[in-house]
Write a protein that binds this ligand. Structure first.
Ligand code: PEP
Length: 253
């Protein structure tokens, strides 16, 4: 049985006080609303990790993740954060290959393979992002484009390592734009990606892989999107900065 996961990506938002307030609200609501069977991951900026972890404590099924990690283990790489450091601060997950990293920081499929390896070597679960830009969707080649992202970055992994990966399908034209993929569009892609994973790792491994949807997910559309057979949760940007919205998305399962 694959996990249902909702991960909040705070991106480069929130001061220390704002991060504390948001986390406190989420932890309290999470306990009050008795969330079950959903794994929730908070992905704050690195500087918040320690203080967010203190507030989250050992709340069951509520985890911490990074938004990125270095492809290197350690050393003279000013400004970088290693997977080892993330783990030592209590993170269990790390987002890898977000489209903003791919676009603004020129992260290639090859570099992302190295980041995934660093994450796995340090016991972190990679939330591996993939997704097509608008022009690729309009050209109708989106399926091949996204499958290729998975092939190039992940298909060198052993079966054992692949079993630890979470995928997030995020059409770039839907991220932060208020334009969501329809639930049918999401299902179509998730099914195509699962079939692609099955072609390499077998049906059982593909069926056990959580594939999250990301792109303007909100309390009004989450129920419809999460109801689809191959959608196992969401990677949430904007709406993860509002505790009530984030909880309502979690409660959409
Ligand atoms: C994201 O950053 O991964 C994301 C999906 O953002 P938003 O929900 O704001 O579109």
């Amino acid at each position: 049985m694959r996990k249902k996961i909702v991960a909040g990506n705070w991106k480069m938002n929130l001061t220390f006080e704002e991060g504390q307030k948001l986390t406190t609200e989420i932890v309290n609501m999470y306990k009050d609303e008795n969330i079950k069977d959903v794994t929730v991951v908070l992905n704050p900026p690195f500087v918040h990790l320690f203080s967010v972890k203190k507030l989250v404590g050992n709340t069951p099924n509520l985890f911490l993740g990074g938004q990125n990690c270095s492809d290197k283990a350690s050393g003279a790489f000013t400004g970088e954060t290693s997977a080892t450091m993330l783990k030592s601060f209590g993170a269990e997950y790390v987002i890898i290959g977000h489209s903003e990293r791919r676009e603004y920081f020129k992260e290639s499929n090859e570099l992302l393979t190295a980041k995934v390896k660093q994450a796995l070597e340090n016991g972190l679960t990679p939330i591996f992002c993939c997704g097509e830009p608008l022009e690729i969707r309009e050209a109708g080649t989106h399926e091949d484009y996204v499958k290729n992202q998975l092939t190039e970055s992940l298909f060198g992994l052993s079966e054992e390592d692949f079993a630890k990966i979470v995928i997030a399908y995020e059409p770039i034209w839907a991220i932060g734009t208020g334009k969501t993929a329809s639930s049918d569009q999401a299902q179509e892609m998730h099914k195509a990606l699962r079939d692609h994973l099955a072609s390499k790792y077998g049906q059982e491994a593909a069926d056990n892989t959580s594939i999250l949807y990301g792109g303007s997910c909100n309390p009004a559309n989450a129920k419809d999107i999460f109801s689809k057979a191959d959608v196992d949760g969401g990677l949430i940007g904007g709406a993860s900065l509002k505790s009530r919205d984030f909880m309502d998305i979690i409660n959409s399962f």
